[in-house]
Design a protein around this ligand. Structure first.
Ligand code: ADP
Length: 485
């Protein structure tokens, strides 16, 4: 891996704490390449005591960082952004090596991840307060917004770079210190960011990366240590619930980006080719391993067969392979469990009457976790797929007749992150967009992620928003000052 990098120093196996590169008291843990199965690095495995030490360091560093002007923080974050973009290729290579996604997609993620640093760096200058006309003649009311303190982050492996910057950028811009615990599968994308943070001149202790093989230990320390004032998590609803329970004792402010079960609806007045293109991007990006991937594809009866045929033709054009091979559009899944989950959904659906249009859940032989894409037809609400997030390359096609029915089916889930639909009738577009109980609605588009918009879910998909000017609120506290004059 080192030999593939223009700047080999970006491959960092130690933890970055208080401006120092440190070894783990628990030794190291292995990082493997999901396309080949080989070990590519041994990363510092921090103990719970080391994480507690990191929190103390961050707490001390944050006090000064909070005093910097917005413009000063913006300048450092701008350098951080520039360094990321200069290192885009290398960061992409590291990401593909540990996560598996095609290199072009990995480089796309780096640009997306960097965009949060750029955007929130600019926002650092605009953390405005408010004056409110007093309630009595002698009263003056001012509202100021202050950084909450140390922000601790737990992130997943599917976007090993962008999930970190989406949290770290608003935290740093607000004047918080940041401690990130990357997913065990993908710590190298995180430690590489430590290298760049250091070069950008982010003060020691303000940006920390604490890899550890014990997620639950770190989670407990983050929730129980009074030095942490904010917990920001992206991952499954199941783990989100555990963290919220743990955080309850200290009444910690929490942001949660949890699971989704995105409906993707194709109405009979849709532009079918555009809908197929959107479905491919939305379903198969990152090989179906994103929380905003289409999980249930509802197609109106009149266009069902035509859509299924066009989708099959488009999926046949996807090229599965090692993310480093030219032209690969589908990488491996992250691990063997991920393959099993897809197989479970396929088996459940076919047992209950679904038909296999292509694929079917047989993995490729070999060391990598490769599973060819599957399309299922005649899928119904009774199947596991209807309620459970698949997180893999499985496109299930549900048939519907009526607009109200499909809205009811789309909303019949505990999740409420992203949703999508394709239609052209203006009143239908307006009505459906308003009726979907989701934090995000893509209308005639399958891609909705951008740093300028508020990303987040309703119901059990989460709490809070990331991105846009709203994203910084998660790291600020409002203080109201009442002065008698
Ligand atoms: P995913 O399916 O994306 O891996 P998880 O919710 O299982 O979703 O994992 C998201 C992140 O949360 C990962 O970094 C994982 O290691 C971490 N994690 C898992 N269990 C816990 C826990 N009990 N406490 C804190 N973090 C956890």
């Amino acid at each position: 891996l080192k030999s593939m990098l223009n700047d080999p120093a970006l491959l960092a196996e130690k933890a970055y704490v208080g401006g120092q590169w440190v070894d783990g008291d628990n030794g190291t843990f292995e990082v493997t390449n999901p396309a080949r199965g080989d070990v590519i690095a041994h990363v510092a495995d921090l103990s719970r005591a080391q994480v507690a030490h990191a929190i103390a360091t961050a707490e001390a560093a944050q006090k000064d960082w909070a005093k910097w002007t917005g413009k000063e923080r913006a300048a450092v974050l701008r350098r951080f952004f520039d360094l990321m973009m200069e290192a885009q290729h290398d960061l992409g290579v590291i990401l593909t090596a540990e996560q598996g996604k095609p290199l072009a997609e990995a480089k796309g993620e780096i640009a997306y991840g960097a965009s949060f640093i750029e955007f929130f760096g600019e926002e650092a200058k605009r953390i405005y307060g408010e004056t409110i006309p007093g309630h009595q003649r002698d009263k003056r009311i001012t509202v100021i917004r202050q950084p909450i303190g140390v922000a601790a982050s737990i992130t997943p492996w599917n976007f090993p770079n962008a999930m970190i910057t989406r949290k770290a950028a608003p935290a740093l811009a607000a004047g918080c210190a940041f401690i990130g615990r990357p997913a065990t599968e993908t710590p190298l994308s995180a430690t590489a960011m430590g290298v760049l943070a250091e070069r950008a001149g982010i003060p020691a202790g303000v940006f920390n990366i604490v890899p550890s093989s014990s997620a639950s230990d770190v989670g407990k320390e983050f929730c129980e240590n009074p030095g942490v004032r904010k917990l920001t998590f992206t991952g499954s609803t199941e783990v989100g619930r555990i963290l919220l329970r743990q955080a309850a004792d200290s009444v910690m402010k929490c942001s949660m980006e949890l699971g989704g079960n995105a409906p993707f609806i194709v109405f009979d007045d849709a532009d079918l080719d555009a809908a197929v293109e959107g479905a491919i991007l939305c379903k198969f990006r990152n090989n179906g391993q994103t929380c905003v991937c289409a999980n249930r594809i509802y197609v109106q009866a009149g266009v069902y067969d035509a859509f299924a045929a066009k989708l099959k033709a488009a999926v046949e054009k996807l090229k599965m392979g090692d993310g480093f091979e030219e032209g690969t559009t589908l990488g491996p899944l992250i691990n063997a469990d991920a393959i099993e989950k897809v197989q479970e959904h396929v088996a459940d659906a076919t047992a209950k009457g679904a038909t296999v249009v292509m694929g079917g859940g047989t993995p490729e032989q070999g060391p990598g976790h490769f599973l060819p894409p599957t399309i299922l037809a005649d899928v119904t609400q009774e199947m596991l797929i209807a309620t459970d997030e698949t997180f893999g390359p499985l496109a299930p096609l549900f048939r519907f007749e009526d607009e109200d029915d499909v809205i009811a089916m789309a909303n019949d889930t505990i999740f409420g992150l992203a949703s999508y639909f394709y239609a052209r009738d203006l009143s239908r577009v307006t009505k459906v967009a308003e009726a979907l109980e989701y934090g995000i609605v893509g209308v005639n588009t399958g891609i909705i992620s951008t740093e300028v918009a508020p990303f987040g879910g309703v119901k059990q998909s989460g709490l809070g928003r990331e991105g846009s000017h709203h994203g910084i609120d998660e790291f600020l506290e409002m203080k109201y000052i009442c002065a008698s004059v």
